[in-house]
Design a protein around this ligand. Structure first.
Ligand code: HEM
Length: 324
């Protein structure tokens, strides 16, 4: 019997499912929750990676993600602005090579009650996040994964301390209220994803702030939140993401564009829950910059090129001095 002509005509004309909405496209290949270096060497980085919402499509993802999203949405704009401005001012003492890298992650850490009170504290946070980045690299060796594990352990301890000392810090408070440990599979999932907020802000935030700084150089005119969204859309943040097509064996990697689309912060189940926080904090930090009289704008250097984004780099003027 031949195939139904109406059916096949209908199938041929059906619009393709947008990849980020397609349930067959998964964050990890089936049966491989960890990338090879973490599978081989294990440790604290592997423990948090396996629990990050960003890496999971299990049945608990939707409920845990919506609790986390509620916590992020409950942050007040005033708190975001105040913490971002303070971290922007502290970071300026570290020079232009430090500023756009430090501000996003230090703002999230500070909203969580972490005492990021000087440029050294920002640098320590930055070093731990770079150690994590090295451990997550496709070519990471045993030493990279070990050093990343040490960094993860230090950051998890720091966040537990912040919870004890400052349970009323803005983001710690909204997390404890809307996404407390009891709402997660276990406390380890809660603490891994609390650290995940700082991690997720780190490279994408530096890329967005860095591209904004390039546009702002010279004019001192801070971009609006809409300008920042346009920048992200035009490739100034995360340009692509990856999925695995579990219908094929082995699962086929699929590259999905984000820049040039109307959803530079992703779409579907894994859409970024930090978009509002990222835009508001970047905007507040750049407004703070625009208010500084007599600022000498940075000299652009070779960008850091990652598979999914370019992170601009900057140099200070040779005779520039900062108070630290
Ligand atoms: C405060 C800053 C940020 C926080 C707390 C944050 C948090 C997160 C989290 C938790 C996820 C995983 C969600 C899930 O898989 O269910 C995520 C995904 C994502 N974030 Fe963010 N993020 C931040 C900044 C940014 C920035 C600046 C960008 C740049 C455009 C960005 C782009 C994305 C994208 C594209 C995804 C989805 C990735 C995918 O579907 O493959 N995020 N974010």
């Amino acid at each position: 019997m031949s195939a139904c002509p109406f059916h096949s005509r209908h199938d041929a004309g059906a619009p393709a499912m947008p990849p980020l909405l397609d349930p067959a496209l998964r964050m990890r290949p089936p049966g491989e929750p960890l990338p090879a270096p973490l599978r081989e060497h294990g440790g604290p980085l592997a423990e948090v990676f396996a629990r990050w919402l960003r890496q999971r499509d299990d049945a608990a993802h939707a409920a845990e993600k919506s609790a986390l999203t509620r916590a992020l949405m409950a942050l007040s704009e005033d708190d975001i602005r105040a913490h971002a401005r303070r971290q922007a001012a502290i970071a300026m003492r570290g020079g232009w090579g430090h500023w756009h890298w430090a501000v996003p992650a230090a703002t999230v850490a500070s909203l969580l009650g972490w005492a990021v009170d000087d440029v050294d504290a920002q640098r320590r946070l930055h070093q731990d996040l770079r150690a994590m980045a090295a451990g997550l690299g496709a070519q990471a060796d045993g030493e990279d994964v070990r050093a990343a594990g040490e960094a993860v352990a230090a950051l998890l301890n720091g966040l537990d301390d912040a919870e004890r000392r400052s349970p009323d810090a803005p983001l710690q408070w909204t997390l404890l209220r809307h996404a407390p440990a009891a709402r997660w599979s276990d406390r380890a999932a809660f603490t891994a994803n609390r650290l995940g907020l700082i991690w997720q802000s780190h490279e994408a935030g530096a890329a967005l702030l860095g591209h904004a700084l390039i546009e702002m150089r010279g004019s001192a005119c801070a971009p609006t939140r809409e300008d920042l969204l346009r920048l992200a859309r035009d490739g100034g943040a995360v340009r692509i993401t990856k999925r695995f097509d579990g219908r094929e064996t082995p699962a086929k990697p699929v590259t999905v564009p984000l820049s040039g689309t109307d959803h530079p912060f992703g779409d579907g189940q894994h859409r970024c829950p930090g978009q509002g926080l990222a835009l508001s904090s970047a905007h507040a930090a750049l407004v703070w910059l625009g208010e500084q009289a007599g600022l000498r704008w940075p000299l652009p250097a070779e960008p850091m090129v990652l598979p999914n984004m370019d992170i601009p780099q900057f140099q200070d003027h040779p005779d520039q001095e900062y108070r630290s």
